[in-house]
Design a protein around this ligand. Structure first.
Ligand code: CP
Ligand code: NVA
Length: 311
């Protein structure tokens, strides 16, 4: 079978590729790239087991603006793993289309997709990681501060998929991260250790802190995400209880330096991980961050599929 290049996790690309992808995303944003022939004649399938607004729409728009076409296949269309096994879906689909964006529950499922696909598979979020989100997060931080190295991010909330990719990206780019989670909801130990090692190599400290007030006190950015991720609905009551002291609200905000910015990958649950006042604060980068999904995903598609491939 032909070997395709996949993007299942941020560490599937090198630091220099990540840097060049961020440059190309910034250029796509400046130029408002549309009507480009970069993906002319290419078809991208989006196979989603979970709902999505940003990932789906940003990919569909990116593909269209680069001259290609996108096909969205929701869970009712394919019934991934129920109507037929992932390995069959991957082998059939990759004979029709030029790339697949997959959003799954188990990370093993997106890996299985990639194992059997002859075309690039992009992880559009799994229970373990959300690498496309981290691309937009890094682009947003770079725009806000003019650089990445040495910027200090405080992540407050759940040690989840969004945090895992953020940690990998920050480690690779030398961004310092202080993570404040309840002790029982710390990030995955293997991903954490790997990110700490990457951070050391690039001069960035990654540390864990139980107290959110201490975590934000030197922060340039405070980042949060939902307490109940897709697929965790049955744990809702116990999670809300554990995370209440980790809400990003005005009381916590007072402990952050003046000028500190706010990030959230969206969708946000106002009144849970973040309050309305903090969400709507003038120092929020949240909607820039959402817009940047489009530019970052364009750069990713060009890297994996475009006529001028970086590898
Ligand atoms: N942030 C993000 O991935 O949003 P969607 O779930 O709407 O795609
Ligand atoms: N952690 C969230 C992110 C949604 C974009 C989830 O997995 O539901």
């Amino acid at each position: 079978m032909k070997k395709a290049r996949h993007f299942l996790t941020l560490t599937d690309i090198s630091e220099s590729e990540l840097r060049s992808l961020l440059r190309s995303a910034a250029m796509a944003k400046r130029q408002r790239t549309r009507g480009s022939p970069a993906l002319a004649g290419k078809i991208v399938a989006l196979v989603f087991q979970k709902p999505s607004m940003r990932t789906r729409v940003a990919f569909e728009v990116a593909v269209l603006q680069l001259g290609g076409s996108a096909i969205y296949l929701g869970q009712d269309d394919i019934q991934l793993g129920q109507r037929e096994p992932i390995k069959d879906v991957a082998r059939v689909l990759s004979r029709y289309v030029d790339a697949i964006v997959a959003r799954t529950f188990a990370h093993n499922d997106v890996e299985e997709f990639a194992r059997y696909s002859a075309v690039p598979v992009i992880n559009g979020l799994s229970d373990s990681v959300h690498p496309c989100q981290a691309l937009a997060d890094l682009l947003t931080i770079q725009e806000a501060f003019g650089h990445l190295k040495g910027v200090r991010v405080a992540y407050v909330g759940d040690g989840n998929n969004v945090l895992h990719s953020l940690l990998q990206g920050c480690g690779m780019m030398g961004v310092c991260v202080t993570v404040a989670t309840p002790p029982a909801y710390r990030p995955d130990p293997a991903i954490w250790q790997d990110a700490v090692r990457l951070g050391k190599r690039h001069g960035a400290a990654l540390q864990w802190e139980a107290d959110p007030r201490r975590a934000v006190r030197d922060a340039d950015v405070v980042y949060t995400d939902v307490w109940v991720s897709m697929g965790q609905e049955r744990q809702r009551t116990q999670r809300l209880k554990a995370f209440t002291p980790y809400q990003v609200n005005t009381a916590l905000w007072k402990h952050a330096p003046r000028g500190c910015r706010i990030m959230h990958c969206l969708p946000a649950h106002r009144g849970e991980e973040i309050t309305e006042q903090v969400m709507e604060h003038p120092r929020s980068l949240i909607f820039e961050q959402a817009e940047n999904r489009l530019h970052a995903q364009k750069a990713l598609l060009m890297m994996l599929l475009g006529k001028k491939r970086t590898r």
